[in-house]
Design a protein around this ligand. Structure first.
Ligand SMILES: Cc1cc2nc3c(=O)[nH]c(=O)nc-3n(C[C@H](O)[C@H](O)[C@H](O)COP(=O)(O)O)c2cc1C
Length: 495
């Protein structure tokens, strides 16, 4: 039986108006929640002055005398008091405390979203709400009628808890009990408060009301109309967002999550960073033509005017010399920048023709060659330091599958060489938090544009491709999907 059918069944005693959702949930008071400091906040004390610093380095002065500060922070650490109880407890233990300063600090902590809020019921922690920013607000309006979860909600395990997150809100919820998680899961369908009360007898009504208010506060739960529709169902912008895209967007930009962002080397001292240039994958090498400095000339403005995606291949095949020149100007290493921990450079980097986030250059170029003068068909990896191709063992049928996939993406047109950009993911995630994957996609964009311009200058036929099969590619090239696989493709042909 489905949850709400069960609810209706079990709740035979519920009045008709309650089943229709006309009974309100008990009012929720955010001030009844116990407060503690958000994750990752540290206290810095110098010359008797104290400052709280969060994981992103944002600081907040704590202008309280040392003894008051100690009592205040230890009460926050315990996380068992509401804000009012906290103020009373500090004033009781340290009566000389200036109440105005104390409440000023508390107000600053609340306004700046330095606190997390725990729902305690019958002696146990049921849920904790973590606001992300000043844009967060408690939804404390009474809930009448039915409500249901947004389709953007994500429920996942974090430690021993279930994290409930929604890119529509400015906070998230950690559910500490299976009863709380079950309540959240049951809201995939529209439910009224009475229906929830009946189908979740392990939760007391006030607990249900508080959980619902917390879910509404983090942009996860919305009141619905008689057809079970919530506001996002009628919103043209939201209807056009896919779940994973909006979650990725909100989590890889700043503002809608509380995770550390940027270059913080989270694995320093624990895992060694990957080498700046991948170790050779094969001993069978083809040296490439490297143009002399100044040998090639082109007018940038003319190239910018001429650049087009060309989905035709010419009578003549791409030539090995052209390929060498193309790779030199799109991928060849110009300079290796050694790691220099004393200067804060924790990993080896390099300079190449394309800009690359953090000079990390995680993108490997693999070439599936169908037709190239001077180069037998097959799979190759570009060695950007030696400026050479390494021939790799690969199944012919699998290579043909990659080429056919590219042709499908180009309205049936075949290409001479399919360049697959594969990311060595851990090069980026060793250094960056939250934004690693978004950065590498931006790196793909930078490479694509450089490839377009280089191909145009060489009078070749270029076309970027949007969506290859990363599993197929990993299998064909003998790579581990989670360590390195394709994130973009580029078709190149002679004209
Ligand atoms: C990220 C990206 C992905 C692309 N994916 C494809 C693709 O899968 N198939 C295709 O034929 N063209 C693809 N293109 C080429 C675009 O369709 C093309 O740039 C667009 O139609 C404009 O034409 P132009 O490049 O000649 O100016 C892609 C371009 C980019 C930048």
């Amino acid at each position: 039986m489905k949850p709400q059918e069960e609810a209706r069944h079990a709740g035979a005693g519920i009045s008709a108006s309650a089943a229709e959702g006309k009974t309100s949930a008990p009012l929720f008071d955010p001030e009844s929640l116990a407060v503690s400091l958000k994750r990752g906040v540290r206290l810095h004390e110098t010359d008797g002055r104290a400052v709280l610093v969060d994981a992103d380095g944002v600081a907040l002065a704590l202008p309280l005398p040392p003894e008051t500060r100690r009592i205040f922070l230890s009460a926050l650490d315990e996380g068992a008091c509401t804000t009012n109880e906290l103020g009373d407890a500090v004033l009781h233990t340290a009566p000389s405390t200036d109440a105005a300063s104390l409440y000023y600090v508390l107000a600053q902590l609340e306004r700046g979203r330095w606190l997390r809020y725990a729902l305690r019921s019958r002696g146990r922690n049921t849920a904790t709400l973590e606001p992300f920013s000043r844009r967060f607000d408690f939804a404390d309006a009474p809930l009448t009628g039915r409500c249901r979860l947004s389709r953007f909600v994500c429920l996942r395990r974090e430690g021993d808890d279930i994290a409930l997150e929604s890119p529509l809100g400015h906070g998230r919820l950690l559910l500490h009990t299976s009863d709380a998680a079950a309540l959240a899961a049951s809201l995939s369908r529209p439910l009224s408060f009475e229906e929830m009360r009946v189908s979740h007898p392990a939760l007391v009504p006030k607990e249900i009301a508080a959980l619902l208010a917390m879910m509404r506060s983090v942009g996860a739960l919305f009141p619905c109309d008689a057809e079970g529709r919530i506001p996002e169902d009628g919103s043209e912008p939201l209807r056009q967002w896919e779940f994973h895209d909006l979650l990725f967007h909100s989590r890889s930009r700043q503002g809608r999550h509380g995770n550390p962002v940027g270059g913080s080397c989270p694995f320093l001292g624990e895992i060694l960073p990957l080498a700046v240039v991948k170790r050779p994958m094969s001993a069978e090498r083809v040296p490439l033509h490297r143009p002399e400095t100044g040998e090639m000339r082109a007018d940038f403005f003319e190239l910018a005017e001429m650049r087009r995606s060309l989905r035709t291949r010419g009578e003549r095949a791409l030539r090995l010399k052209e390929l060498g020149t193309f790779l030199h100007f799109t991928g060849g290493v110009r300079e290796i920048l050694p790691a220099s921990p004393e200067k804060g450079y924790w990993y080896e980097a390099s300079l190449r023709p394309c800009a690359g986030s953090g000079a990390i250059h995680e993108l490997e170029y693999y070439l599936t060659v169908a037709r190239c003068d001077g180069l037998p068909p097959g799979l190759y990896r570009y060695d950007p330091l030696a400026h050479a191709l390494e021939r790799l063992e690969a199944d012919e049928k699998q290579l043909e599958k990659l080429l056919k996939g590219a042709a499908r993406a180009m309205r049936g047109a075949r290409c001479d060489v399919l360049i697959t950009l594969a990311a060595r993911f851990q090069r980026v995630s060793w250094q960056y938090r939250s934004i690693a994957y978004s950065l590498l996609l931006k790196d793909v964009g930078a490479v694509f544009q450089q490839m377009y311009l280089a191909a145009t200058a060489l009078n070749l036929a270029p076309c970027a491709l949007g969506a290859g099969d990363s599993d197929d590619f990993a299998e064909t090239a003998g790579l581990d999907y989670f360590s390195e696989t394709s994130v973009g493709e580029f078709a190149l042909s002679g004209r």
